[in-house]
Design a protein around this ligand. Sequence first.
Ligand code: AMP
Ligand code: GLY
Length: 418
Amino acid sequence: MVVRILLLGSGAREHAILSALLAENAGHEIKVAPGNAGIAGDAETISLDPENPKLIADFAAENGIELVIIGPEAPLVAGVADAVRKRRIPVFGPSRAAAQLESSKAFAKRVMDAAGVPTGRAANAATMDEVVAALDAFGAPYVVKADGLAAGKGVLVTPDRAAALAHAEHYLQVGPVLVEEFLDGQEVSLFLLADGSSVAPLSPAQDYKRVGDGDTGPNTGGMGAYSPLPWLPDGFVPEVVNSVALPVIRQLAEEGTPFGGLLYCGLILTAQGVRVIEFNARFGDPETQVVLPRLRTPLSGLLLAAATGSLAEQPPLEFSDDVCVTVVLASEGYPADPKTGRQISGIEAAAAVPGVTILHAATARKDNQLLATGGRVLSVVARAPDFAEARARAYRALAEIRLDGSHFRTDIAAKAAE
Ligand code: AMP
Ligand code: GLY
């Protein structure tokens, strides 16, 4: 079935979603707002503010759009899904109210408590006295989080008590902070399609949040990812469906804020079992870049089913047996202070490496030159029969790309390849 689709966003995640839709070879008519230079090479891009609910809803109605796919969180928080839904146009992405699962850590904790979902202990602190009491109660290492959207930057995990206090003091200026118990274990990102009452899990992935090799340096939006996770215990996915995803989806439905869209469960596999560290209300970046290439079931049908409440009628999702690795190429200075406007070259040679796809995150074309316009510039994605080969391909491709001052992690999926 040919679908007229409007995809919102401009990152490598959206480039990955677009690539999956195009891989169906169904002849979908796809417009992307606003996109980037790489996306513009593959589909029609339009300069439309993706965070303006009325603009997006009007555009979708006037252009006969049959499915709006919301990539990033900001349009969700701005109420774009609500505005589109009001026009009775199917939209993949939760309402502003349900998206609080991501936009408010306090909301997420409350829903988890109500639903009996396993998560770490946490305390909301509005004053430094309360912060000190919570740090003492949970002990080191310390976890301090700003509430609201801070793209990972509001989170500090540290053994250094003074640093934890300084972080809390800084963010208390804007509102309460969350102090959490430190959870020790492997991190897993599990995405589930949700239609308000049913869920369908995708293949698990692991993200690399720290900027440097060996998980050193500050948190970033994500420096790389791989999928599947060969070390996961049997039964992991059904366990998360039954103990985390369904209880949360049911709780939100009961509260009158049904969640339709992508439920991203950020999990830690502790010695005591699975614990939730966060939810997001949209596909993860860069995990999407390694999950969607392996999805064999046509993506458009799944997103439409999620948008129209018919997920339960879908057959189970199918994934290929090969593996996928992505390494993010970042601008000099990322994440603190990325230098932008520099020229990128060598992409064609990189894309010519077998199994490799170059997804664009922050690029623009100017006078026939490709320029880096942000912190995370490209996602180099490699597919292969095994992780050693996928890594070799990804890093061979990266060696072809030139961007002054750029950096990337060299240890993505290294443990999985051993
Ligand atoms: P968040 O934005 O809540 O996902 O936090 C960003 C990153 O900080 C997570 O991906 C984890 O690596 C780490 N983190 C957050 N909360 C905890 C916690 N309670 N225990 C251990 N690490 C955490
Ligand atoms: N990969 C982390 C995120 O998308 O939030």
